[in-house]
Design a protein around this ligand. Structure first.
Ligand SMILES: Cc1cc2nc3c(=O)[nH]c(=O)nc-3n(C[C@H](O)[C@H](O)[C@H](O)COP(=O)(O)O)c2cc1C
Length: 227
């Protein structure tokens, strides 16, 4: 599979088969992720690859709780009956044999303290690039993944569970495993879906979660608005 195919094939996978994934494959995707660009080459990442079934189970049960309370109820104000339906999609997450937890590690004080927030933004961009590479590398090896940002809403239980030292900030977690769901082709998305989105509206959320904006809508040549 070439790189462009792997990028376009990637989708966030929620349902996994329990089939084992050899550690060598996990090392390949982690090495690939560490090739990401970073501000002044600070490489602000630390990865924890969780494989112990007990740890995976505790990590997943915390993520599921945070997804329901933190993301659906608090952030998106999803109606309870719709939240119940959505949460059913998350029930096979524990089957993924590996979970990758990404932490931000500030390795150098690049600028004066008043620029800390900007530098953190730069570091987050870099961590996003690293996760993107990890997920693409996973596809190229036949593996599925899904970015979970919800650990940032309630990181302490994961820090305690995995012994993450002070000074490291949990940014994301992703399962890694063989997917157990047929991949659907992405429909084109109407840009109006974004303008009309409002918290608590299950139809608006369902539309937002589907498809991709036509690339021409978000791409400009020479001048903004020019194709
Ligand atoms: C920063 C970030 C945070 C995310 N957090 C969550 C999350 O907490 N729970 C979840 O189910 N999906 C999460 N996602 C996955 C997105 O919902 C998903 O990528 C998006 O719906 C597009 O679908 P796709 O990954 O299949 O292209 C997150 C993605 C990103 C980039």
């Amino acid at each position: 599979m070439d790189t462009i195919q792997a990028i376009q094939k990637r989708q966030g996978v929620l349902a996994y088969r329990p089939d084992p994934v050899p550690r060598e494959l996990v090392e390949i995707v982690l090495r690939a992720a560490c090739a990401a660009p970073s501000p002044a080459n600070t490489q602000p990442w630390e990865w924890i690859a969780v494989h112990d079934p007990e740890l995976v189970s505790m990590l997943v049960s915390h993520l599921i709780k945070t997804q329901e309370k933190g993301v659906f109820r608090t952030m998106l104000d999803t109606p309870p009956e719709f939240t119940g339906d959505l949460m059913k999609l998350y029930r096979d997450l524990e089957k993924a044999p590996w979970w990758i937890v990404l932490c931000r590690h500030r390795r150098a004080q690049l600028g004066p303290p008043e620029l800390n927030s900007l530098i953190r933004d730069w570091e987050l961009c870099s961590l996003g690039a690293a996760m993107g590479i990890l997920m693409t590398a996973a596809v190229s090896l036949g593996l599925g993944s899904r970015w979970f940002g919800n650990p940032m809403l309630d990181p302490s239980p994961i820090e305690d569970l995995l012994g993450i030292p002070e000074g490291l900030e949990i940014i994301a977690a992703s399962p890694l495993g063989y997917h157990d769901q047929p991949q659907k082709k992405r429909p084109k998305q109407d840009p109006d879906v974004h303008h009309k989105f409002s918290r608590g509206d299950k139809y608006a959320l369902a539309s937002l979660l589907q498809g991709r904006l036509p690339w021409e809508e978000v791409t400009h040549f020479n001048y903004y608005g020019q194709s």
